[in-house]
Design a protein around this ligand. Structure first.
Ligand code: NAD
Ligand code: TYD
Length: 352
């Protein structure tokens, strides 16, 4: 791999992955980050990487559904590997506007697959980053295995499931060298504050209500984003082509436990609120329609075949994350004030 295309590299996991390539993986080639910069993409997350690596890091604002634009990028940079993160990723938004999810997640993925198929002679790997949500929901027992039948229940997970099927089909039909990872819920630095963990951290710091859906007993399996990045890299570099690997933290928690841990950390690290303990900020709100009850991953295949295991525990990872949000108020403010939206317009508007 000399020229690695990362799609969605300005989003939460993509930005962490690009940082990982430069700071931890020892990757010596060029990284080309193609991102449309939707509301979820923030180029400021990689501003230091861009400044420090002018030869080896390239950013292009591009829509993965735009075949001509993606074709230009693939040929200009002689792309020989793809790490595909770009997606619409928020379940609540998918309930309001499913069409964008089908467009980006299904048609965008198929566009990339097709361009790669026509460049198979030089393509080392197409890695597709997917989610455990494609398997649907579990009851109190059991785990998702790579062989668990797909049963997606939200427009988001349905669109990701469709994209996974297309990736598999391009391997089966054309022999495209693909790998797929289906990962559990991530948390960590640079996550847009619409998702549970950063939303709760910021609201707890500021003494705002902590909106918990339903009774807060739904279960998710939490993994620090750095461990997800390590898993993606292990699979891309050493995983068997055509295979799917489940990625998870063996860290199941009810939503109320996650919120409780965040509150404890914020109480430890921040001044007390004059209005009273932060536990009182928990506010039960109307449940999400079709809210999946429980996700839990069995990642034995990844552990036994590739020797991966998470380095962060739930407690260490959550503390790292709360400390990060406290130390990076500038990043938070840039997202909140729309400064980065103006920055995007000024810097990339003409090129879009
Ligand atoms: P995110 O929403 O934070 O970032 C998505 C990025 O994709 C943004 O930078 C956005 O600008 C870009 N993008 C959106 N539409 C695009 C388009 N048409 N063309 C080019 N770029 C576009 O998402 P995330 O949380 O970083 O998730 C990344 C990937 O990981 C997704 O495929 C998601 O399904 C998967 N995943 C996420 C989680 C999680 O907990 N966040 C867990 C498992 C899998
Ligand atoms: P989220 O971060 O949206 O991830 P996903 O839906 O992909 O698992 O939500 C994680 C869990 O937290 C999920 O069960 C929904 C719940 N939740 C809340 O209770 N309140 C909130 O404000 C949000 C955003 C999520």
């Amino acid at each position: 791999m000399n020229n690695l295309l990362v799609t969605g590299g300005c989003g939460f996991i993509g930005a962490n992955f690009v940082r990982f390539l430069f700071e931890e993986a020892g990757f010596q080639g060029r990284v080309v980050n193609a991102d449309l910069l939707t509301y979820a993409g923030n180029p400021l997350s990689l501003a230091d990487i861009e400044a420090a690596n002018p030869e080896r890091y390239v950013f292009r604002r591009a829509d993965i559904c735009d075949r001509a634009a993606m074709e230009r990028i693939m040929d200009e940079f002689q792309i020989d590997a793809v790490a595909h993160f770009a997606a619409e990723s928020h379940v609540d938004r998918s309930i309001v506007a499913p069409d964008t999810f089908v467009r980006t997640n299904v048609l965008g993925t198929q566009t990339l697959l097709d361009l790669c198929r026509r460049r198979m002679d030089r393509l080392e790997v197409f890695h597709h980053v997917s989610t455990d949500e494609v398997y649907g929901t579990l009851g109190e027992e059991g785990y998702f295995l790579e062989t668990t039948p797909y049963a997606p229940s939200s427009p988001y997970s349905a669109s990701k499931a469709a994209s996974d099927h297309l990736v598999r089909a391009y391997h089966h039909t054309y022999g495209l060298p693909v790998t797929i990872s289906n990962c559990s819920n991530n948390y960590g630095p640079y996550q847009f504050p619409e998702k549970l963990v950063p939303l709760m951290i910021l609201n707890a710091i500021e003494g705002k209500p902590l909106p918990v859906y339903g009774d807060g007993r739904n279960v998710r399996d939490w993994l620090h984003v750095a461990d997800h990045c390590r898993a993606v890299w292990a699979i891309m570099t050493r995983g068997r082509r055509g295979e799917t690997y489940n990625v998870g933290g063996r860290s199941e928690r009810r939503n109320l436990e996650v919120v409780g841990r965040i509150i404890d950390l914020v109480e430890q690290l921040c001044p007390a609120l004059p209005s009273g303990p932060r536990r009182d900020l928990i506010t039960f709100v109307k449940d999400r329609p079709g809210h999946d009850w429980r996700y839990a991953i069995d990642c034995t295949k990844l552990e036994s075949e590739l020797g991966w295991s998470p380095r962060e525990t739930f407690d260490s990872g959550m503390e790292d994350t709360v400390r990060w949000y406290l130390a990076h108020r500038d990043w938070v403010e840039s997202v909140r004030t729309g400064e980065y939206t103006r920055w995007i317009e000024a810097h990339y508007g003409k090129r879009a």
